[in-house]
Design a protein around this ligand. Structure first.
Ligand code: NAP
Length: 303
């Protein structure tokens, strides 16, 4: 892709700093500007040699940028959109990385000035870590980035944003925001809710001491604790902003769980075996398309 004149990144956490590293690796621009209000982030950036890219305020961060990407928790988007709107350059693309899309269009859309192309996006990539220290240049390699432009969005701007994400290493899909929110509710949001719940339940169980929960965590519980260590602010905002889709898939989940509960109670081994066989095939399919390793235990060499 043609180099960007200026890339503006608002929020220099895991995703924002990974975009910076990946864009620098691919030489997508020579001019970065990053804004983050966190004193800790600013101290970190200065200590790690990034002083020249840190902007003092939102307006100077976005001024003259041809691509502006919101990389904060989605609950902060509305205030940021309001603050940056008067400073966005005509023809600029305003995008984001938020894990929900309908609410982002609702919160940001009304502030987007005429002549600015607003194209929401979501990289399906991440870790349980937060902050600029967690950023890595290869985070998006081989992962999907989903763009959810509203009807009528300029095709050339969508193509430009697609090329940008491809430059970061991603594969790109385009879909409707409400479809995105439903798909992600089942593939990402519900699994996080279940993980937060099971880890919370284990912690609260009186018969199991916290020491045992930690000591014997090599079984399935450990994998839930990784997900349940994810950033509380980010995930609070996801559930506040994708309520309808999460409640819909949670309803389905509860019905299916009741069926499993009945099978366990009734000693219905066939039902259990049939389900576990079907779910095993899903795991194989994920490995087959290269979205995870085929190594035992996710490639960890110790259990
Ligand atoms: P993160 O590591 O916590 O970084 C977010 C950064 O934004 C923090 O430095 C935070 O500062 C800053 N921030 C908060 N409010 C701000 C504001 N009003 N203006 C400017 N900066 C502000 O979070 P993340 O994991 O990168 O997530 C960022 C976004 O990416 C979220 O919308 C999330 O839904 C999306 N996302 C995350 C993942 C994932 O796996 N983590 C994957 C895909 C998409 P403070 O620390 O001071 O609050």
């Amino acid at each position: 892709m043609e180099k960007l004149k200026k890339l503006s990144i608002i929020g220099f956490g895991l995703i924002g700093s990974s975009i910076f590293h990946a864009a620098r690796r691919a030489h997508l621009t020579d001019n970065f500007s990053v804004y983050d209000p966190s004193e800790d982030v600013r101290i970190w950036a200065h200590a790690h040699g990034f002083t020249s890219i840190i902007a003092d305020d939102l307006s100077s961060c976005v001024e003259g940028a041809d691509l502006v990407i919101l990389c904060t928790p989605v609950g902060a988007y509305k205030g940021i959109a309001q603050a940056i709107a008067p400073h966005l350059a005509p023809g600029a693309i305003l995008s984001d990385v938020g894990s929900v899309k309908g609410a982002v269009i609702r919160d940001v859309g009304p502030f987007v000035p005429t002549g600015v192309h607003f194209i929401p996006a979501h990289p399906i990539a991440g870790t349980e870590f937060s902050g600029p220290n967690a950023g890595i240049s290869h985070l998006f390699d081989g992962r999907w980035a989903i763009l959810t432009p509203v009807p009528g969005t300029d095709d050339a701007a969508v193509e430009k944003l697609k090329s940008f994400w491809q430059g970061l290493g991603s594969q790109v899909d385009v879909m409707d925001a409400s479809h995105h929110d439903l798909v992600l509710a089942i593939t990402s949001h519900l699994p996080h809710l279940i993980a937060y719940n099971i880890v919370g339940t284990a912690r609260d169980m009186e018969q199991v001491t916290q020491g045992e929960v930690i000591k014997y965590s090599a079984s399935g519980f450990r994998d839930f604790t990784r997900i349940a260590a994810s950033d509380p602010t980010m995930w609070r905002d996801v559930f506040l902003n994708n309520r309808d889709a999460v409640l819909e898939v949670l309803g389905r989940f509860n019905e299916d769980l009741s069926q499993l509960q009945r099978a366990v109670r009734n000693g219905d081994g066939q039902t259990l075996f049939d389900l576990f066989t079907r779910t095993r095939a899903i795991r194989r399919a994920i490995v087959d398309i290269g979205q995870d390793t085929s190594d035992a235990n996710f490639g960890r060499n110790k259990s």
